[in-house]
Design a protein around this ligand. Structure first.
Ligand code: MG
Length: 450
């Protein structure tokens, strides 16, 4: 069976088993038809197959008459950021994000420098089977290779108004950096060196081969956490291959916990600026507690960057993000950006004056547990609908599956679009309580499927 998956954020598959040249041409030409005649900005995350995928994508766009700006190997947020800089009609990131070496993907972006909206994606899907017209030799698009994209992004992040560049430089943070040999290797060392940090690098090779599973979750970071201690680093900074997720490690070599990346960033920004916050429905309640201290409101959106951004614009939020280590700061651009997360963290740590583990300790404490249950012959939508009936008297949100908020915990049920499963996320004050509630909800789910 082909591994090709089509979702709201683009197409994804295993190279040689789904993500093949014909498929790439088909999607790229539909995307070109959607964008029209403008310029398209391209970047890739550095994985080996990026060269093959990018050649086909660029070739197709040129054949369609689109001018192309190739930013080279760059983070996803760098491409998002540069669409407006280059006055482009859109952008494509060639990256399967945190998925292993064998995967690749096209992430399709719109002319606002954001992920395509679900409506825009639908338009592209409708264009897929329309016959395509290609240009004659004298009307082909032109290709520009630009290194300015990375520098534009880097310089703007460094001149963020909340950052005291001189003070951070003077502080000389000792930082352990792990870019999993992805696109971060091309920009993160430079960012930290500009900030006067003493940088100890692991997995910052530009060879495009991920030496471990690239998702920055604790079980994949045991070696990295140990290296933080071995090198007496004050902080460990880990990014995923396309640098939209930021994961931190304390000076004790312990996870700062990915949910805390957004929590501390929210706390820092609200200490500087009045305004509201948007996070997705699966994100920790710690964000609400922090926002309350500043009299700010927290709005919840469905899971997914495009949804968070949509809500942020609606409510004019000053910061937003997702619990998996994604920080979105509209002052730079509307996209999850680990460069932005990094400078905010260092400035926050500087002003806080303590260690990373003390900073972690100062944040509200919650524990999230995640599980999933197979629905077998049952339609996941039906099961979630029945849960909605069962809990209709509680404080519920049904914008993306079902989230129920209780005083001492919350639970979020989300059905998958591609598999017969329901994901279940529970957060409580202590791990054992979260696990206790998880058990309770699994029993409730099983009973609904009898
Ligand atoms: Mg990513």
């Amino acid at each position: 069976m082909s591994t090709l998956m089509v979702s709201v954020s683009g197409i994804r598959g295993i190279v040689g088993d789904g993500l093949d040249p014909q498929t790439l041409v088909k999607y790229t030409q539909a995307y070109s038809n959607f964008c029209g005649e403008g310029k398209i900005v391209i970047g890739s995350d550095g994985r080996i197959s990026g060269t093959m995928v990018k050649s086909i994508v660029i070739g197709t766009l040129l054949a369609k008459g689109n001018d192309v700006v190739d930013l080279g190997i760059t983070p996803t947020p760098t491409v998002l950021y540069n669409i407006k800089k280059f006055n482009a009609a859109g952008g494509i990131v060639i990256s399967a994000s945190h998925n292993p070496n064998e995967w690749n993907a096209l992430k399709l972006l719109n002319s606002d420098g954001e992920f395509m909206t679900p409506e825009q994606n639908k338009e592209i899907l409708e264009l897929l089977d329309k016959p395509s017209q290609f240009k004659s030799w004298d009307k082909l698009g032109k290709l520009e290779v630009s290194e300015a994209g990375l520098m534009n992004h880097l310089n703007d992040v460094l001149s963020l108004k909340y950052i005291d560049f001189g003070a951070i430089r003077k502080r000389k943070f000792r930082v352990l950096l792990d870019c999993v040999n992805g696109a971060g290797s091309y920009i993160m060392p430079k960012l930290l060196e500009e900030l006067g940090c003493e940088v100890i690098k692991i997995n910052c090779e530009k060879n495009g081969i991920f030496p471990r599973l690239p998702e920055p979750i604790p079980e994949n970071l045991t070696e990295t956490m140990k290296t933080v201690i071995d090198n007496n680093a004050e902080i460990g900074i880990v990014v995923d291959p396309d640098v939209d997720r930021l994961v931190l490690i304390t000076e004790r070599g312990e996870p700062f916990i990915e949910e805390n990346t957004i929590t501390q960033a929210v706390k820092f920004i609200l200490s500087k600026e009045k305004g509201d916050v948007v996070v997705n429905l699966s994100t920790t309640r710690a964000v609400d507690d922090v926002a309350k201290e500043f009299g700010a409101k927290v709005f919840r959106s469905p899971v997914g960057e495009a949804n968070v951004v949509k809500k942020m614009k609606e409510v004019n939020a000053v910061i937003g993000g997702e619990g998996s280590g994604g920080v979105i700061l509209p002052a730079i651009h509307y996209g999850r950006d680990a460069l932005v997360g990094t400078v905010l963290t260092l400035q926050h740590l500087l002003e806080f004056g303590g260690t990373m583990s003390e900073l972690k300790e100062s944040l509200p404490k919650y524990n999230i547990v995640k599980g999933k249950i197979e629905t077998k012959d049952h339609n996941p939508d039906d099961i979630v609908n029945r849960l909605m009936e069962k809990y209709h008297n509680e404080k519920i949100n049904t914008e993306d599956g079902l989230r129920i908020d209780f005083d001492d915990h919350w639970v979020h049920f989300r059905q998958s679009n591609t598999e017969p499963i329901i994901r279940c996320i529970v957060e409580a004050d202590k791990k054992e309580n979260a696990e206790k509630y998880m058990k309770k909800y699994f029993t409730a789910l099983s009973e609904l499927m009898l």
